[in-house]
Design a protein around this ligand. Structure first.
Ligand code: SF4
Length: 262
């Protein structure tokens, strides 16, 4: 018997895939979720999304009788950030520091490799069919499905569900991550691809995590100083403080200094 699985981030597309599988009685044997860790104790997920994963999505699947496997690398982001480059090359002695946009070592080391290792250990010898959360209107991604390692099916394609419809479907079932209230997608809270509104959300609502990133920016001997393609993290911090100061000046409110010791 073929095992039908979903490798899942609990974003709208993978969650809508699960809803469709249950609604249309498609075979669904298990869900695999990989959680990236920021450090040994702190998740790399945006806190609102992590809370959704553990308090809404996983309990829902357990109630439906679908096993969920949580995969975590032994490594974490801070350990990778501080990893010192060896050898005699131009970068020798520097620390890896921020992941590069488009070539993210977090994706490679903390997601793809542990997931691949888990799949090798748990799926070897079995016939696997993998459901992927690729929407009916994601034409380029659908075209690449034939090159995937395991036979792959898009239930969103099969049932004609676009990205917008996937979001609506999750909302209708009370299974939409709150991350979509302030971000177009879910990703690590330290992602260099994060949009301005995602960074602003982190700055406003999670000053502890924001402070951790400022501490990393202050470390010496980094291979790159740039957090995004153009800006250091402390420059983004300064821009937000400036915005706040101007707003507070206009509103005659007193500016609250940010307690960062970095
Ligand atoms: S969300 Fe961003 S930081 Fe996290 S793995 Fe993806 S590209 Fe890398």
């Amino acid at each position: 018997m073929k095992r039908h699985v979903v490798s899942c981030s609990f974003g709208k597309d993978s969650m809508a895939t699960i809803i469709l599988a249950l609604k249309h009685k498609e075979r669904l044997d298990e869900v695999v979720y990989c959680e990236v860790m920021f450090d040994e104790e702190t998740s790399g997920e945006v806190p609102e999304h992590r809370s959704f994963v553990y308090s809404v999505a996983i309990p829902f699947l357990k109630k439906e009788g679908v096993p969920v496997h949580i995969v975590k690398s032994e490594k974490n982001f801070v350990e990778r950030f501080r990893h010192r480059i060896g050898g005699n090359g131009a970068w020798a002695g520097k620390i890896w520091s921020w992941p590069l946009c488009g070539r993210c070592y977090v994706q490679r080391d903390l997601k793809a490799r542990p997931l691949d290792a888990w799949k090798r250990a748990n799926w070897s010898g079995d016939e696997i069919v993998q459901y992927v959360g690729i929407a009916d209107d994601e034409v380029d991604r659908l075209a690449k499905m034939d090159s995937y390692k395991y036979p792959t099916v898009s239930l969103l394609k099969k049932y004609g569900v676009t990205e917008n419809a996937a979001l609506a479907l999750c909302r209708k079932h009370g299974l939409l991550s709150p991350i979509y209230e302030f971000a177009p997608r879910n990703g690590c809270f330290f992602c260099p691809n994060a949009k301005a509104q995602e960074l602003r959300h982190l700055y406003d609502h999670h000053p502890d995590l924001w402070g951790h990133l400022l501490e990393l920016q202050a470390l010496p001997e980094k291979a790159t100083e740039l957090f995004t393609r153009k800006l250091r993290f402390d420059e983004i911090d300064a821009a937000f403080r400036m915005d706040d100061a101007q707003f507070d000046l206009l509103s005659k409110k007193e500016v609250i200094p940010y307690a960062y010791g970095g």
